[in-house]
Structure formats: C-alpha cells, structure tokens
Design a protein around this ligand. Structure first.
Ligand code: PMP
Length: 328
C-alpha cells in the first residue's frame, strides 16, 4: 500500500480486465482498460491533469485562477476534481442534452455550470465557442480547449500507452476506441506505435460521427445518429492530426446495446455506451487479427452516469432501444 500526496497522483495506472464474450467468440484475448476507476470516474481525468499541468507550466494558470471548459461532462468532472485539489475555480459549459447525472455531479463538485442548447459546431452558440468566450471574458481564467490542446493526447502518449504496453508485457497486437476529442485514440495509437510499429490501431466510430468516412474514404461525412455521449466527432481536431489509424469501423447503437448488457451480465461491468461501442469495435479487430491475438480497448465511464438514460426502462422504450433482458 502507498500513500498518495493528492488526488492527481491517483489518476491512471488503471487495470486491464479480460472481457469474456468477445474473447470467447474470437479466440483472442480482448482486454478492457478500466478508465472508470480513475478518481473522477472516467478516461478524461488524464487529459484534465495534463491540461492543468501544461497551463501551470506556461504560467497562464496562476494560484487561485479559473479553468473554463466546454465538455460533454467527463472532462469537466476531471477538471473540477483536479482543480479543487489545487485551489482553482472551474466553469463548465455543457450542451443541455447531456445526462442529468453529469450535470448533478458537476454541481456537486463545485463547478459552475453553464448550459447551452445543443447546436452544430458552426453555430457561435456551440458549447465549445461559448466556453472560449467565457474564458476570454473572465479575469485570471484559462480555456482548457481539450479538442485542440494537445496536452490532452500527450497524457495518453505518456501514461495510457505505456501502461497498456507494460501490463501486456508488450504482447498487444491491436488497440481500438472511439473519438470524442480524439486524444485517447491518437495518444494511445502514437504511444503504442513507438513501441511496435506494426501494431494495428482501429478507430471505432458511432453513427452520426464523420471520422469513419474520413479514414475509410477521405471525406468528412456523418450519417445517422447515436445516443452515446462524449464521442462522435465531425472534424479533425488538433489532437486527431496525424493519428496513426490503420482501419476504421462503424458501430450503431443497436449493435452496441447487447454488448453493454453482456458486459454487465457476464463480466459485472456496469458502463456507459461509449465503452460498449469500443468493445464492439475490439471484437471486430480481434476477429481480424485472429485467435491468439491480444486486443485492448477503453472502458470509459461507469453506468451510474446514465441511470436516467441507458439504464432506465422508460427512457430506453422511448428511444426504441433494447432493454437489458433483466428489465423485461
Ligand atoms: N467516452 C466518454 C464517455 C467520454 O466522455 C469521452 C470524452 N469526451 C470519450 C469516450 C472520448 O475520449 P477522447 O476525448 O479522448 O476522444
């Protein structure tokens, strides 16, 4: 047992867990990295810490300063947690369509929450642009800018990738996940390719995102939609630039729901939909790489963040999505 000096020291070093269904069906070893075990409960704690450290190092974030960010929720939670432990104020701008649990969590953590209507990125009222303006108008504030601040992907180059490499003793043949900012896929991809040039990196895109068509056909084009939160990008962010992606898959919500339910029923893993989309992609990658291979993906955040949506009978029925068999 060790004693941590502060919460930041507890971010990362998450375990890998073997996923029964995908491993059995493919004959491969399909592993999930338990990012929901981070102190703020998601993969975004790593980016939040690196963004704060970069602003401190640059001198733009001073003692008692303010961090402003536009986020689907998890980055805001990470910033609020690390911010609190270092004495910073956090202002979070979020689309009002995000889950009530994330809004409640942010308020509970002491973040100041600004809700804006969900609009396209081209609209000046979009949560990202609103957060940038707020940062400019607030004295002593820095804009975290997770989409285009490459301290985000650096966190994954420096921590997530080496952790995966060490935990598998270098026996990892493929990695896949979806992209929100793209920090995870680009950072883990770059970090693993440094160690093994022929490792296969797959992007798993939800419906409604434009990256699948970009990596498959060179055209940014979105089709359909997804109820997943935190993923589904429509542009090449600075974090995504130069991401070493070998292949791209598309996974629909209808395909991801049974995966979400199986992870709970067979593995005891209660998760959000981006994790299930990632695991569906990992099974595909494992099938391509063949029996005996090892594939790693990200288990992004816990199901408790979605008790009023993905894990709520009435909500699922209203969206026409599959119920867990034990809800019927
Ligand atoms: N899953 C969830 C639930 C998220 O909140 C995020 C972050 N937006 C991601 C996946 C994607 O991570 P990244 O921003 O590194 O692409």
């Amino acid at each position: 047992m060790t004693v941590a000096t502060d919460i930041a020291a507890l971010i990362g070093n998450t375990p890998l867990v073997r996923l029964k269904g995908p491993s059995e069906r493919t004959g491969a070893t399909v592993l999930g990295k338990c990012e929901f075990m981070n102190p703020g409960g998601s993969v975004k704690d790593r980016a939040a810490l690196y963004i704060i450290q970069a602003a401190e190092a640059a001198g733009t974030l001073q003692p008692g300063g303010t961090i402003v960010e536009g986020t689907a929720g998890n980055t805001g939670i990470g910033l609020a947690v690390v911010g609190a432990s270092r004495g910073y104020r956090t202002i979070i701008v979020m689309p009002e369509t995000q889950s009530q649990e994330k809004k409640d969590a942010l308020r509970a953590l002491g973040a100041e929450l600004v809700l804006v209507p969900a609009t396209s990125y081209a609209n000046p009222g979009h949560y990202v642009h609103t957060s940038r303006r707020l940062a400019e108008e607030t004295p002593g504030a820095v804009w975290a800018n997770q989409f285009d601040n490459i301290a985000n992907r650096l966190a994954h180059i420096k921590t997530t990738a080496p952790e995966i490499w060490d935990a598998t003793a270098g026996r990892v043949d493929g990695f896949t996940c979806a992209a929100g900012t793209g920090g995870t896929i680009a950072g883990v991809g770059l970090g693993l390719k440094e160690r093994r040039a022929d490792i296969r990196i797959a992007l798993t895109d939800p419906d409604g995102a434009a990256l699948y068509s970009w990596f498959a056909h060179g055209e940014l084009k979105a089709e359909g939609s997804s109820v997943s939160e935190g993923i589904g990008q429509s542009r090449i962010t600075a974090n995504l630039e130069g991401a070493p992606i070998d292949v791209a898959y598309r996974v629909s919500d209808a395909d991801a729901m049974p995966v979400l339910h199986e992870l709970m029923a067979r593995d005891g893993l209660h998760l959000g939909l981006s994790s299930a989309i990632n695991v569906a992609g990992a099974e595909r990658l494992a099938r391509e790489l063949g029996a005996g291979s090892t594939v790693v993906t990200i288990l992004c955040d816990p199901g408790s963040r979605y008790l009023s949506t993905l894990w709520n009978r009435e909500w699922l029925l209203s969206k026409g999505l599959a119920l867990p068999p034990w809800f019927r």
